[in-house]
Design a binder for this molecule. Structure first.
Ligand SMILES: Nc1ncnc2c1ncn2[C@@H]1O[C@H](COP(=O)(O)OP(=O)(O)OP(=O)(O)O)[C@@H](O)[C@H]1O
Length: 350
Protein backbone atom coordinates (compact mmCIF):
# COMPACT_ATOMS: atom_id res chain seq x y z
CA UNK A 1 0.00 0.00 0.00
CA UNK A 2 1.20 3.40 -0.75
CA UNK A 3 -0.33 5.54 1.86
CA UNK A 4 0.34 9.19 2.03
CA UNK A 5 0.29 10.27 5.55
CA UNK A 6 1.37 12.89 7.94
CA UNK A 7 1.25 16.38 6.64
CA UNK A 8 0.46 15.13 3.24
CA UNK A 9 -2.94 14.20 4.45
CA UNK A 10 -3.60 17.89 4.27
CA UNK A 11 -3.48 17.56 0.58
CA UNK A 12 -4.57 14.11 -0.15
CA UNK A 13 -4.92 10.85 1.63
CA UNK A 14 -5.45 7.48 0.15
CA UNK A 15 -5.62 4.72 2.66
CA UNK A 16 -6.55 1.21 1.88
CA UNK A 17 -8.20 0.04 5.05
CA UNK A 18 -9.71 -3.35 4.56
CA UNK A 19 -12.25 -3.12 1.82
CA UNK A 20 -13.04 0.54 2.30
CA UNK A 21 -11.07 3.15 0.57
CA UNK A 22 -11.28 6.75 1.55
CA UNK A 23 -10.19 9.24 -1.00
CA UNK A 24 -9.99 12.96 -0.59
CA UNK A 25 -9.56 15.09 -3.61
CA UNK A 26 -7.70 18.30 -3.07
CA UNK A 27 -7.77 21.58 -4.85
CA UNK A 28 -4.48 23.37 -4.81
CA UNK A 29 -4.08 27.02 -4.35
CA UNK A 30 -0.33 27.46 -4.28
CA UNK A 31 0.68 25.69 -1.11
CA UNK A 32 -2.67 26.24 0.57
CA UNK A 33 -4.84 23.23 0.29
CA UNK A 34 -8.54 22.86 0.83
CA UNK A 35 -10.66 19.83 0.71
CA UNK A 36 -13.61 20.45 -1.50
CA UNK A 37 -14.75 17.00 -2.09
CA UNK A 38 -14.80 13.88 -0.02
CA UNK A 39 -15.67 10.64 -1.55
CA UNK A 40 -15.81 7.15 -0.19
CA UNK A 41 -15.69 4.23 -2.49
CA UNK A 42 -15.46 0.54 -2.08
CA UNK A 43 -12.54 -1.20 -3.65
CA UNK A 44 -11.23 -4.68 -3.63
CA UNK A 45 -7.87 -4.96 -1.94
CA UNK A 46 -5.62 -6.42 -4.53
CA UNK A 47 -3.03 -9.07 -3.92
CA UNK A 48 -0.01 -6.92 -4.54
CA UNK A 49 2.24 -7.98 -1.70
CA UNK A 50 4.31 -10.07 -4.05
CA UNK A 51 5.91 -6.91 -5.37
CA UNK A 52 7.43 -6.25 -2.01
CA UNK A 53 8.72 -9.68 -1.20
CA UNK A 54 11.54 -9.08 1.26
CA UNK A 55 15.06 -9.85 0.18
CA UNK A 56 17.27 -12.26 2.09
CA UNK A 57 19.60 -11.18 4.93
CA UNK A 58 17.34 -8.59 6.42
CA UNK A 59 17.73 -6.48 9.48
CA UNK A 60 15.29 -6.71 12.36
CA UNK A 61 12.88 -4.33 10.66
CA UNK A 62 12.83 -6.36 7.50
CA UNK A 63 15.39 -4.40 5.54
CA UNK A 64 19.12 -4.28 5.39
CA UNK A 65 20.48 -0.81 5.99
CA UNK A 66 23.01 0.19 3.36
CA UNK A 67 26.09 2.06 4.40
CA UNK A 68 26.96 5.07 2.30
CA UNK A 69 30.26 5.87 3.83
CA UNK A 70 32.79 5.54 1.09
CA UNK A 71 33.69 9.14 0.36
CA UNK A 72 36.44 8.24 -2.05
CA UNK A 73 33.88 6.96 -4.49
CA UNK A 74 31.29 9.70 -4.52
CA UNK A 75 32.97 12.97 -5.40
CA UNK A 76 31.86 13.27 -9.00
CA UNK A 77 28.58 12.37 -10.54
CA UNK A 78 30.26 10.17 -13.10
CA UNK A 79 31.98 8.06 -10.47
CA UNK A 80 29.33 8.07 -7.78
CA UNK A 81 29.40 4.83 -5.89
CA UNK A 82 26.29 2.71 -6.08
CA UNK A 83 25.87 -0.57 -4.26
CA UNK A 84 25.16 -3.36 -6.68
CA UNK A 85 22.46 -4.81 -4.49
CA UNK A 86 19.18 -3.03 -5.14
CA UNK A 87 17.07 -5.06 -2.75
CA UNK A 88 16.93 -2.17 -0.27
CA UNK A 89 15.87 0.50 -2.76
CA UNK A 90 12.57 1.95 -1.55
CA UNK A 91 12.09 4.66 -4.16
CA UNK A 92 13.71 5.12 -7.53
CA UNK A 93 13.28 7.97 -10.00
CA UNK A 94 14.41 6.92 -13.43
CA UNK A 95 15.05 9.53 -16.10
CA UNK A 96 12.27 11.80 -14.90
CA UNK A 97 11.20 14.79 -17.01
CA UNK A 98 8.72 17.48 -16.03
CA UNK A 99 7.76 20.72 -17.74
CA UNK A 100 5.26 23.40 -16.86
CA UNK A 101 4.26 24.96 -20.15
CA UNK A 102 7.44 26.10 -21.84
CA UNK A 103 9.48 25.72 -18.67
CA UNK A 104 11.47 22.51 -18.70
CA UNK A 105 12.07 21.95 -15.01
CA UNK A 106 13.32 18.37 -14.75
CA UNK A 107 15.31 17.00 -17.65
CA UNK A 108 16.28 13.43 -16.95
CA UNK A 109 16.61 13.04 -13.19
CA UNK A 110 17.55 9.61 -11.84
CA UNK A 111 18.32 8.58 -8.27
CA UNK A 112 17.50 5.96 -5.67
CA UNK A 113 16.48 6.25 -2.04
CA UNK A 114 17.55 3.21 -0.09
CA UNK A 115 16.30 1.88 3.20
CA UNK A 116 18.03 3.66 6.06
CA UNK A 117 19.10 6.72 4.10
CA UNK A 118 18.86 10.37 5.04
CA UNK A 119 19.11 12.25 1.77
CA UNK A 120 19.16 15.97 1.07
CA UNK A 121 18.10 17.53 -2.23
CA UNK A 122 19.72 20.90 -2.73
CA UNK A 123 20.14 23.38 -5.55
CA UNK A 124 19.27 26.91 -6.58
CA UNK A 125 15.73 28.25 -6.30
CA UNK A 126 13.32 27.15 -8.98
CA UNK A 127 15.42 24.20 -9.99
CA UNK A 128 12.66 21.66 -9.33
CA UNK A 129 13.38 20.35 -5.84
CA UNK A 130 9.79 20.59 -4.61
CA UNK A 131 8.62 19.29 -7.96
CA UNK A 132 10.63 16.10 -7.60
CA UNK A 133 9.26 15.60 -4.06
CA UNK A 134 5.72 15.92 -5.37
CA UNK A 135 6.51 13.43 -8.12
CA UNK A 136 7.90 10.97 -5.58
CA UNK A 137 4.83 11.49 -3.39
CA UNK A 138 2.52 10.86 -6.33
CA UNK A 139 1.00 14.33 -6.35
CA UNK A 140 2.46 15.10 -9.77
CA UNK A 141 3.03 12.74 -12.65
CA UNK A 142 6.26 12.96 -14.62
CA UNK A 143 5.94 13.82 -18.31
CA UNK A 144 8.49 11.14 -19.06
CA UNK A 145 10.42 8.65 -16.99
CA UNK A 146 9.32 6.42 -14.15
CA UNK A 147 9.01 6.28 -10.41
CA UNK A 148 9.44 2.88 -8.78
CA UNK A 149 8.17 2.23 -5.28
CA UNK A 150 9.90 -0.79 -3.82
CA UNK A 151 10.64 -2.02 -7.31
CA UNK A 152 7.13 -1.57 -8.60
CA UNK A 153 6.53 1.02 -11.25
CA UNK A 154 3.97 3.62 -10.28
CA UNK A 155 1.30 4.09 -12.86
CA UNK A 156 -0.72 7.25 -12.60
CA UNK A 157 -0.94 9.26 -9.43
CA UNK A 158 -1.74 8.58 -5.84
CA UNK A 159 -4.94 6.69 -6.46
CA UNK A 160 -2.84 3.90 -7.88
CA UNK A 161 -3.76 0.75 -6.03
CA UNK A 162 -1.09 -1.49 -7.41
CA UNK A 163 1.65 -0.42 -5.07
CA UNK A 164 1.92 -1.71 -1.61
CA UNK A 165 4.26 -1.95 1.31
CA UNK A 166 5.42 1.63 1.74
CA UNK A 167 3.91 4.75 3.19
CA UNK A 168 5.10 8.04 1.81
CA UNK A 169 4.58 11.19 3.84
CA UNK A 170 5.19 14.72 2.69
CA UNK A 171 5.75 17.47 5.24
CA UNK A 172 5.07 20.76 3.55
CA UNK A 173 7.19 23.83 4.07
CA UNK A 174 4.17 25.72 5.35
CA UNK A 175 3.29 22.92 7.81
CA UNK A 176 -0.13 22.92 6.10
CA UNK A 177 -2.19 22.52 9.24
CA UNK A 178 -5.96 22.90 9.13
CA UNK A 179 -6.58 26.32 10.59
CA UNK A 180 -9.98 25.48 12.02
CA UNK A 181 -8.91 22.25 13.70
CA UNK A 182 -7.15 21.98 17.04
CA UNK A 183 -3.67 20.56 17.32
CA UNK A 184 -5.21 17.29 18.57
CA UNK A 185 -7.52 17.09 15.56
CA UNK A 186 -4.72 17.98 13.18
CA UNK A 187 -2.30 15.40 14.55
CA UNK A 188 -4.93 12.67 14.86
CA UNK A 189 -6.71 13.50 11.62
CA UNK A 190 -5.77 10.37 9.73
CA UNK A 191 -6.68 8.14 12.66
CA UNK A 192 -10.03 9.83 13.29
CA UNK A 193 -10.85 9.32 9.63
CA UNK A 194 -9.42 5.95 8.84
CA UNK A 195 -8.81 3.84 11.91
CA UNK A 196 -11.02 1.93 14.26
CA UNK A 197 -9.27 3.44 17.27
CA UNK A 198 -11.45 5.06 19.92
CA UNK A 199 -11.29 8.82 20.53
CA UNK A 200 -9.53 8.20 23.84
CA UNK A 201 -6.92 5.98 22.22
CA UNK A 202 -6.27 8.56 19.52
CA UNK A 203 -6.09 11.35 22.04
CA UNK A 204 -3.52 9.43 24.07
CA UNK A 205 -1.48 8.69 20.98
CA UNK A 206 -1.62 12.33 19.89
CA UNK A 207 -0.24 13.38 23.28
CA UNK A 208 2.55 10.79 22.99
CA UNK A 209 3.52 11.95 19.52
CA UNK A 210 3.42 15.59 20.52
CA UNK A 211 5.70 14.75 23.44
CA UNK A 212 8.06 13.02 21.00
CA UNK A 213 8.47 16.32 19.15
CA UNK A 214 8.86 18.24 22.40
CA UNK A 215 5.37 19.73 22.68
CA UNK A 216 3.23 19.58 25.80
CA UNK A 217 -0.24 20.90 26.63
CA UNK A 218 -0.91 22.25 23.17
CA UNK A 219 -3.59 19.75 22.14
CA UNK A 220 -6.47 22.22 22.45
CA UNK A 221 -4.77 25.10 20.72
CA UNK A 222 -5.50 26.23 17.20
CA UNK A 223 -2.59 26.53 14.73
CA UNK A 224 -2.92 30.32 14.87
CA UNK A 225 -1.90 30.12 18.52
CA UNK A 226 1.43 28.45 17.72
CA UNK A 227 4.79 29.83 16.62
CA UNK A 228 6.24 28.84 13.24
CA UNK A 229 8.60 26.32 14.85
CA UNK A 230 5.77 24.79 16.88
CA UNK A 231 3.66 24.44 13.74
CA UNK A 232 6.47 22.57 12.04
CA UNK A 233 6.75 20.29 15.03
CA UNK A 234 3.00 19.64 15.00
CA UNK A 235 3.31 18.80 11.29
CA UNK A 236 6.11 16.40 12.15
CA UNK A 237 4.00 14.77 14.88
CA UNK A 238 1.23 14.35 12.36
CA UNK A 239 3.59 12.74 9.91
CA UNK A 240 4.83 10.11 12.36
CA UNK A 241 1.57 9.11 14.02
CA UNK A 242 0.17 5.78 12.98
CA UNK A 243 -2.48 3.27 13.90
CA UNK A 244 -1.01 1.27 16.79
CA UNK A 245 -3.78 -1.29 16.64
CA UNK A 246 -2.53 -2.55 13.29
CA UNK A 247 -0.45 -5.68 13.47
CA UNK A 248 2.21 -4.66 10.99
CA UNK A 249 3.42 -1.13 10.41
CA UNK A 250 4.62 -0.53 6.91
CA UNK A 251 7.86 1.40 6.67
CA UNK A 252 7.51 5.03 5.74
CA UNK A 253 9.62 7.39 3.70
CA UNK A 254 9.16 10.95 4.85
CA UNK A 255 9.69 13.81 2.43
CA UNK A 256 10.37 17.18 4.02
CA UNK A 257 10.06 20.32 1.94
CA UNK A 258 12.24 22.99 3.56
CA UNK A 259 11.43 21.94 7.12
CA UNK A 260 13.56 24.67 8.70
CA UNK A 261 12.73 27.57 6.39
CA UNK A 262 11.88 30.68 8.35
CA UNK A 263 13.06 29.34 11.70
CA UNK A 264 15.70 30.92 13.92
CA UNK A 265 18.96 28.93 14.27
CA UNK A 266 17.98 27.25 17.53
CA UNK A 267 14.48 26.33 16.39
CA UNK A 268 16.13 24.94 13.23
CA UNK A 269 18.41 22.77 15.32
CA UNK A 270 15.43 21.44 17.26
CA UNK A 271 13.64 20.48 14.04
CA UNK A 272 16.81 19.00 12.49
CA UNK A 273 17.35 16.82 15.55
CA UNK A 274 13.72 15.74 15.51
CA UNK A 275 14.03 14.70 11.90
CA UNK A 276 16.99 12.56 12.93
CA UNK A 277 15.32 11.20 16.03
CA UNK A 278 12.18 9.89 14.35
CA UNK A 279 14.35 8.13 11.82
CA UNK A 280 16.19 5.87 14.23
CA UNK A 281 15.19 2.35 13.61
CA UNK A 282 15.24 0.58 16.91
CA UNK A 283 12.36 -0.95 18.82
CA UNK A 284 11.71 2.25 20.73
CA UNK A 285 11.29 4.40 17.67
CA UNK A 286 9.08 2.00 15.76
CA UNK A 287 6.56 3.59 18.12
CA UNK A 288 7.26 6.77 16.19
CA UNK A 289 6.11 5.62 12.83
CA UNK A 290 8.75 3.26 11.47
CA UNK A 291 10.45 5.93 9.37
CA UNK A 292 12.75 3.93 7.14
CA UNK A 293 14.29 6.78 5.17
CA UNK A 294 13.77 10.43 4.57
CA UNK A 295 14.45 13.07 1.97
CA UNK A 296 14.90 16.72 2.87
CA UNK A 297 14.74 19.62 0.43
CA UNK A 298 16.61 22.47 2.01
CA UNK A 299 18.66 25.59 1.44
CA UNK A 300 19.95 25.80 4.97
CA UNK A 301 23.53 24.83 5.64
CA UNK A 302 22.74 23.80 9.19
CA UNK A 303 20.09 21.39 7.93
CA UNK A 304 22.46 20.00 5.32
CA UNK A 305 25.12 19.43 7.97
CA UNK A 306 22.91 18.16 10.73
CA UNK A 307 19.97 16.35 9.21
CA UNK A 308 21.21 14.46 6.15
CA UNK A 309 24.04 12.11 5.20
CA UNK A 310 23.94 12.16 1.42
CA UNK A 311 23.27 15.02 -0.97
CA UNK A 312 21.81 15.28 -4.43
CA UNK A 313 22.45 18.59 -6.20
CA UNK A 314 19.87 19.62 -8.79
CA UNK A 315 20.68 22.32 -11.29
CA UNK A 316 19.23 23.18 -14.66
CA UNK A 317 16.93 20.18 -14.61
CA UNK A 318 19.60 17.62 -13.89
CA UNK A 319 21.58 16.12 -11.06
CA UNK A 320 24.97 17.77 -11.38
CA UNK A 321 26.59 16.38 -8.25
CA UNK A 322 26.01 13.73 -5.61
CA UNK A 323 28.07 13.06 -2.57
CA UNK A 324 28.22 12.65 1.15
CA UNK A 325 27.37 15.68 3.26
CA UNK A 326 30.93 16.09 4.50
CA UNK A 327 32.12 16.39 0.89
CA UNK A 328 29.85 19.29 0.13
CA UNK A 329 32.13 22.09 1.26
CA UNK A 330 35.29 20.55 -0.15
CA UNK A 331 33.93 19.54 -3.54
CA UNK A 332 35.90 20.64 -6.58
CA UNK A 333 32.69 20.91 -8.60
CA UNK A 334 32.40 24.60 -9.53
CA UNK A 335 28.59 24.62 -9.24
CA UNK A 336 28.76 23.14 -5.76
CA UNK A 337 31.56 25.51 -4.76
CA UNK A 338 29.56 28.52 -5.83
CA UNK A 339 26.43 27.32 -4.09
CA UNK A 340 28.30 26.45 -0.88
CA UNK A 341 30.01 29.83 -0.75
CA UNK A 342 27.05 31.88 -1.94
CA UNK A 343 29.29 33.65 -4.42
CA UNK A 344 27.85 35.67 -7.30
CA UNK A 345 30.69 34.49 -9.52
CA UNK A 346 30.42 31.08 -11.06
CA UNK A 347 28.38 28.94 -13.40
CA UNK A 348 25.06 29.49 -11.58
CA UNK A 349 23.32 32.52 -13.05
CA UNK A 350 20.38 34.33 -11.49
N1 LIG B 1 2.10 23.64 -10.76
C1 LIG B 1 2.97 24.44 -11.39
N2 LIG B 1 2.61 25.14 -12.47
C2 LIG B 1 3.47 25.94 -13.13
N3 LIG B 1 4.75 26.10 -12.77
C3 LIG B 1 5.17 25.43 -11.69
C4 LIG B 1 4.30 24.57 -10.94
N4 LIG B 1 5.01 24.02 -9.92
C5 LIG B 1 6.25 24.53 -10.03
N5 LIG B 1 6.34 25.37 -11.07
C6 LIG B 1 7.55 26.08 -11.51
O1 LIG B 1 8.58 25.11 -11.60
C7 LIG B 1 9.80 25.67 -11.16
C8 LIG B 1 10.36 24.77 -10.08
O2 LIG B 1 9.57 24.89 -8.93
P1 LIG B 1 9.95 24.15 -7.58
O3 LIG B 1 9.03 24.65 -6.53
O4 LIG B 1 10.03 22.70 -7.79
O5 LIG B 1 11.42 24.72 -7.35
P2 LIG B 1 12.36 24.62 -6.08
O6 LIG B 1 13.69 24.16 -6.56
O7 LIG B 1 11.71 23.80 -5.02
O8 LIG B 1 12.43 26.15 -5.68
P3 LIG B 1 12.67 26.85 -4.25
O9 LIG B 1 14.03 26.44 -3.81
O10 LIG B 1 12.62 28.31 -4.59
O11 LIG B 1 11.55 26.41 -3.35
C9 LIG B 1 9.51 27.09 -10.72
O12 LIG B 1 9.86 27.95 -11.79
C10 LIG B 1 8.03 27.09 -10.49
O13 LIG B 1 7.48 28.36 -10.74
Amino acid sequence: MVSLSGSLLSSLTVTNAGSNRFTRFPLYNSKMIHFRCYKRKKVQRKAVRACVAPPPNLGSDGWSATKFNDPSKSENLSTVWEPEDNSDVLIECRDVYKSFGEKHILRGVSFKIRHGEAVGIIGPSGTGKSTILKIIAGLLAPDKGEVYIRGKKRVGLISDEEISGLRIGLVFQSAALFDSLTVRENVGFLLYENSSMSEDQISELVTENLAAVGLKDVEDRLPSELSGGMKKRVALARSIIFDTTKEAIEPEVLLYDEPTAGLDPIASTVVEDLIRSVHMKDEATVKLGNIASYVVVTHQHSTIRRAVDRLIFLYDGKIVWQGMTHEFTTSSNSIVQQFASGSLDGPIRY
